[in-house]
Design a protein around this ligand. Structure first.
Ligand SMILES: Cc1cc2nc3c(=O)[nH]c(=O)nc-3n(C[C@H](O)[C@H](O)[C@H](O)COP(=O)(O)OP(=O)(O)OC[C@H]3O[C@@H](n4cnc5c(N)ncnc54)[C@H](O)[C@@H]3O)c2cc1C
Length: 340
């Protein structure tokens, strides 16, 4: 059977960005999404300005974000948990808080105009063959379906990228969130840090009369007790009366990753490539950016099957996100110094 265009595994922001840009480059795409439409995604729902700009490429502007139930913010207030009430406002270009289930579905709806999107299709195996990549959704798939290249964008559960050694060798963070009702709407996000030397904070991100409330510990090591970390985070937001928490591990940028490609024409992007901001836990910008970069890499690779194009992709991921997160560290350090 002749190999098809590109298989994209995962229909979150990274996979949708890869799909959008592949189809704009004229490459036929099949996007495999393990869940059904409108799946819930544990997230703070905050889109910083860089993410909002990248989402506009899907044709989703302010009006569309508003109709998805999103609300804009124009300020982030910072403080310490122990000195609740004493907050500083940090200069910020603003952004949006948009419920992820609605946002991700809107991204998939846009890409489904030009790509084949298959729901309830969890990719079980991805393996190189002589002329590209075979994709197996279930064990009964025989030899699987053949593609000329593949992009893995399967999120924090990075089994596929890990098995190929292209998960970016991340460090681990852990984050949880819930929703609370009856919040007085403000146009500002609230972030309160603990005194833990590892970055740990709780947030309150308002959307109309409700708010997304959660907490994260960035730099969590699996060697420590995950249970203790999770219990600590839940106690940080205990006062909000959240009845249902969702969350899990965040694969944070470690700086130790070297390869985000496999020689058979497979690249990784988004959380499964370990590129979440290690200082803030923000991952949507990186997912959208790296999805776009993956699309360009695969497009060049499919022209001449030259592995150098994939090696350049890995180099660019390394350089781009090292520079981005070094700059971010400086910004956050000066913000923290202003709280002392
Ligand atoms: C509690 C919490 C709060 C957060 N808050 C924020 C925030 O406020 N702002 C921010 O920018 N970032 C935040 N993040 C990080 C952000 O959610 C992620 O960085 C972002 O979702 C990454 O996008 P992605 O496309 O790489 O992965 P995902 O959004 O996880 O998408 C991966 C997709 O792949 C699918 N999939 C998985 N395995 C397979 C498979 N085998 N076959 C087919 N499909 C598969 C999944 O169903 C999913 O749809 C938060 C994370 C957590 C845990």
């Amino acid at each position: 059977m002749a190999a098809r265009g590109v298989a994209i595994v995962g229909g979150g922001p990274a996979g949708c960005s890869a799909a959008l840009h592949c189809s704009q480059l004229g490459i036929p795409v099949v996007l495999f999404e393990s869940r059904d439409r409108y799946r819930e995604k544990p997230c703070g729902d905050a889109l910083v300005a860089s993410a909002v700009a990248l989402i506009q490429r899907f044709g989703l502007g302010q009006e569309e974000l508003f109709s998805l139930g999103g609300r804009p913010f124009n300020e982030i207030r910072f403080g310490r948990v122990e000195s609740a009430g004493a907050h500083r406002s940090s200069p910020h270009p603003g952004g949006w808080v948009v419920p992820r289930a609605a946002l991700d579905q809107a991204l998939r709806d846009v890409v489904s105009r030009t790509c084949e999107v298959r729901y309830s299709s969890a990719v079980a195996e991805l393996f190189p063959n002589g002329s590209g990549v075979s994709v197996k959704v279930s064990q009964s798939d025989g030899m699987g379906e053949h593609f000329r290249a593949a992009i893995i964008a399967s999120g924090a559960a990075s089994r596929l990228s890990k098995s190929l050694g292209i998960d970016g060798a991340p460090t681990q963070g852990v984050a949880f969130r819930g929703y609370v009702e009856g919040v007085q709407h403000r146009n500002s996000l609230l972030v309160e840090l603990t005194s833990n030397p590892t970055m740990e904070y709780r947030w309150e991100f308002p959307i109309d009369a409700s708010a997304n409330v959660g907490a994260c510990l960035l730099g969590f090591s699996i060697g420590e007790s995950k249970g203790t970390a999770v219990a600590g985070l839940k106690s940080l937001v205990a006062g909000f009366g959240i009845t249902k928490f969702s969350g899990g591990v965040e694969p944070l940028w470690s700086g130790n990753g070297r390869r985000w490609h496999h020689a058979s024409g497979i690249v990784s992007c988004g959380d499964c490539a370990g590129i979440v901001d290690p200082i803030t836990g923000e991952g949507i910008t990186a997912a959208l950016m790296s999805g776009e970069m993956a699309a360009f890499a695969v497009a060049s690779y499919m022209e001449n099957r030259d592995i150098i194009t994939l090696e350049r992709f890995s180099m660019r991921i390394g350089e781009t996100f090292s520079a981005k997160y070094t700059a971010q560290k400086d910004i956050v350090s000066s913000m923290l110094a202003s709280l002392e």
